[in-house]
Ligand binder design. Structure first.
Ligand SMILES: Nc1ncnc2c1ncn2[C@@H]1O[C@H](COP(=O)(O)OP(=O)(O)OP(=O)(O)O)[C@@H](O)[C@H]1O
Length: 313
């Protein structure tokens, strides 16, 4: 049976202002341009995955499990998921909380700063996750982040692991995790600051990347991928480690680069690519996403990644 991807996570509406610089505390920046986009780490990763899986006959489906509010943002998000071709049977409309909203600032160098009001995302329940996972084949790659309640994430990871599903955890936004959870993961994908929070090691070069990865291996994670922004990613399996370069591009907005990377990684693993090839594919996809404004809007299509030249190592 073809492999599936199941993304469990948040859906937000992103309200983005692009200006020359980000405000310091107490500062008001006048000027800049405004745009509103569908976002949320879970939804971004699901959209990345479904765009990259499209037209691949060996991949069955991309399912998204999430909670949206009973409001205009929730309706717009649902429409977007349907248009993208996501399986949305497990996107629930919550009548008690509004849809999640993120306020995003982007400066002239493409750096961002983000505030999130979780709303309905904070009510994603273990029951919803259990119902969704029960419909997925054991070969499913399950992808999670940390914008939904930690007990729900914890439950989902353990359930998926017991079923023999491969679980990718993107531990973002950074927060401490139950150590026993790490033993249930197939891959963990922190960026540099998340790696530091999880390991206490500041990743600045190959030696510190190796040390942080060893720390996570010792905690029970077999495969560690530390994303390194424009430098690409560091892949460490128990026994081998390597840098994968990001293709050189002109970044205009790095919002959701990590989400694109994770969605792409899930698709590549579901297609049974070896981990190094999967990480290379993810670096290529994410490098395209940073050349465009927006979160879901910036996710590339499969043909764009397949036709991008390989970065030289
Ligand atoms: N300037 C860039 N040029 C090329 N590729 C990039 C650039 N920035 C990010 N990437 C790609 O995106 C991946 C993820 O980026 P990063 O490590 O910054 O994740 P992140 O901090 O989770 O991102 P974000 O929070 O902005 O979504 C990198 O591993 C790389 O492949």
């Amino acid at each position: 049976m073809p492999a599936s991807v199941c993304v469990i996570g948040s859906s937000n509406t992103d309200m983005v202002i692009k200006a020359d610089k980000l405000p310091a505390p107490g500062e008001t920046i006048i000027g800049g341009t405004f745009l509103m986009n569908a976002g949320g780490k879970g939804a971004n990763q699901a959209v990345a995955a479904v765009r990259l899986a499209a037209s691949e006959p060996d991949l069955a489906s991309v399912t998204f499990v999430a909670n949206v509010g009973n409001d205009v943002f929730g309706q717009q998000a649902r429409q977007q998921f349907d248009q993208e071709g996501l399986r949305t049977d497990f996107v629930t409309t919550d009548n008690q909380e509004p849809s999640g909203v993120a306020l995003i600032g982007v400066d002239s160098r493409g750096e961002n700063s983000i505030m999130v009001a979780s709303g309905a995302n904070a009510r994603l329940s273990q029951t919803q996750v259990a119902t969704a996972l029960a419909t997925q084949p054991d070969s499913t790659v399950v992808l999670l982040q940390l914008e939904t309640p930690l007990p729900t994430v914890d439950y989902a990871i353990r359930q998926a692991h017991v079923r023999g599903m491969r679980v990718i955890l993107n531990p973002a936004p950074a927060q401490p995790l139950n150590p026993s959870l790490l033993t249930c993961l197939h891959v963990i994908t922190p960026n540099e600051s998340e790696a530091e929070l999880l390991t206490g090691i500041r990743v600045t070069d190959e030696t510190t990347a190796w040390q942080a990865a060893q720390h996570l291996h010792e905690a029970g994670v077999p495969n560690v991928v530390i994303t390194l922004g424009s430098k690409g990613a560091y892949l460490s399996t128990e026994g081998e480690s390597t840098f994968v370069s990001a293709p050189p591009v002109t970044a205009v907005d790095t919002t959701a680069a990590g989400d694109c990377f994770n969605g792409a990684l899930a698709v590549a693993l579901a297609e049974s690519l070896p981990l190094l090839e999967a990480v290379t594919f993810a670096c290529k996809a994410a490098s395209i996403s940073v050349t465009r404004m927006g979160a879901q809007a910036s996710m590339p299509r499969r043909y764009e990644v397949d036709t991008l030249p390989l970065a030289s190592a």
